[in-house]
Design a protein around this ligand. Structure first.
Ligand SMILES: NC(=O)c1ccc[n+]([C@@H]2O[C@H](COP(=O)([O-])OP(=O)(O)OC[C@H]3O[C@@H](n4cnc5c(N)ncnc54)[C@H](O)[C@@H]3O)[C@@H](O)[C@H]2O)c1
Length: 443
């Protein structure tokens, strides 16, 4: 089989490379000439574990290639995937569909045989029909069908998520399109991945329902963590106590500084707007959005409080700025709220992140970037952990203490144990756990 993938970002590049690993011939297209040049040279423009090997292997096998030319990419394809960005539209929070519609027009100009046009981007209900109308208008006689195939991969574990997904959702408008999609996903069908075949509208909504549900689950445990702090309970034990209930499940019950990233913030907002537009408001999700926005802003206050209530003239060492580990994605990262708030309060921020500093430099002016963890800590008044990279999990605490002016750690990812930190002589604060708690029997 042969496909074209429009957009070589986090989703397009991973999906394209994974389909090529399945044996499909994939041409990835992007408008960003520098990105395509780098990919042609064998460089991977994003940080995603394992992607470099996967791409190199499939390029060498002749199944994966990169181009700026959509016409060339669409020659003889069974399907063309739209995997372009759908960011929040400035001002109103609706999904900005200009890239999707732009891609639809370009597809229409190049359709010369039956092709399934698949939206892999996260798009509001009704977008597939609009894509169909755009193509029809530009190319009234073109032979094509529309399908929706939302992507559920997570950055940082994107390849295994794509190769072994919990499910694949396909919204098809004809049996012919459904058959092409089934053939593409045949390797997953063989390992018994559930494939949910549904209507276009249902597939589009399923993606938003999944992301908003997960955002609500994170927000729920964040609020329970705040309550734990007030009543002397331990949120990790609460999470375990409820998560073992099969109806609730253990995942996404880890408290933190608020969800961020390229999907949850924009997708929660976009679904809120869609629901309001059709007169069926999602009040739970409206509240989730509000709580999460406020939470990210409140986090700086926690750090300031841990530094004695005033950070004027102080240096705060920040470990991690990416929205989560194993990615360099800075989109809507909590650090984008926390770091400027610390600076506004008079602090100098010295930060280190294993992968995201090249992106973060553009977004966080005034930060002093350190070459490694320990140089970030040297002479700082306190340290805060904003991203739970593995390399922050086993710091040499003696060395940390010796480098800091005062042994103050604010751990917004709860990667250390309060008792261990107390024993090591730290003034340690984390989320939803009493400062120095007797070890719980379940820990
Ligand atoms: N990032 C994730 O973890 C993730 C997970 C699931 C779903 N999604 C969804 O997938 C979509 C893509 O997200 P992303 O993070 O990969 O975006 P991205 O911004 O990393 O990549 C989008 C790419 O599309 C290119 N592009 C835009 N218009 C184009 C056109 N007309 N022709 C060719 N290239 C074009 C851009 O240059 C860019 O390289 C979004 O709708 C997102 O919500 C993302």
């Amino acid at each position: 089989m042969r496909i074209a993938m429009i957009g070589t970002g986090y989703v397009g590049l991973v999906s394209g490379a994974c389909f090529s690993e399945f044996g499909v011939h994939v041409t990835c297209v992007d408008k960003d000439a520098e990105k395509i040049e780098r990919l042609k040279r064998g460089e991977i423009p994003i940080y995603e574990p394992g992607l470099d090997d996967l791409v190199a292997r499939n390029v060498a096998a002749g199944r994966l290639s990169f181009t700026l030319d959509l016409k060339e990419a669409m020659q003889g394809v069974d399907a063309v995937f739209i995997a372009v960005g759908t960011p929040s539209r400035r001002g109103d929070g609706h999904a900005d569909l200009s890239y999707v519609y732009g891609a639809a027009e370009e597809i229409a100009q190049n359709l010369d045989h039956y092709t399934v046009v698949v939206t892999k981007s996260t798009v509001p209900v009704g977008t597939g029909r609009e894509v169909e109308a755009i193509i029809r208008k530009v190319a009234p006689n073109a032979e094509f069908d529309i399908a929706s195939n939302p992507e559920f991969l997570r950055e940082g574990s994107a390849i295994s998520d794509f190769m072994r997904p919990d499910r694949v959702v396909i919204g098809a408008t004809s049996d012919r399109a459904g058959e092409v999609m089934r053939r593409l996903y045949r390797p997953l069908y063989l390992i018994e991945t559930p494939i949910v075949i549904t209507s276009l509208e249902t597939a589009e909504l399923t993606k938003y329902a999944a992301n908003t549900f997960l955002a609500a689950k994170i927000t729920f445990i964040n609020e329970i963590a705040d309550l734990c702090e007030k009543v002397g309970a331990n949120v990790h034990d609460v999470a375990r106590g409820i998560g073992l209930d099969g109806r609730i499940g253990k995942k996404f019950l880890h408290p933190g500084p608020g969800y961020g990233g390229s999907c949850f913030p924009k997708d929660t907002l976009a679904l809120v707007r869609t629901a309001q537009q059709v007169g069926s408001p999602l009040r739970i999700i409206e509240t989730v959005v509000d709580i999460n926005d406020k939470r990210k802003k409140q986090m700086a206050q926690r750090i300031i409080a841990a530094c004695g209530g005033d950070v004027t003239g102080k240096t705060v060492a920040v470990l991690g700025v990416a929205f989560k580990p194993n990615t360099d994605d800075m989109r809507d990262s909590p650090s984008l709220d926390i770091v400027p708030a610390l600076q506004a309060a008079g602090a100098t921020v010295r930060a280190y992140d294993p992968a995201a500093m090249h992106e973060a430099e553009k977004l966080l002016p005034g930060v002093v970037w350190a070459k490694d963890v320990y140089s970030a800590l040297d002479g700082a008044d306190c340290v805060t952990i904003l991203t739970e990279w593995n390399e922050f999990r086993a710091l040499d605490l003696r060395r940390v203490k010796a480098l800091l002016k005062a042994p103050v750690m604010v751990d917004l990812r709860n990667i250390y144990n309060p008792d261990d930190m107390a024993q090591a002589g730290f003034v340690y604060s984390s989320i939803g756990r009493p400062a120095a708690l007797t070890k719980s029997p379940t820990a």
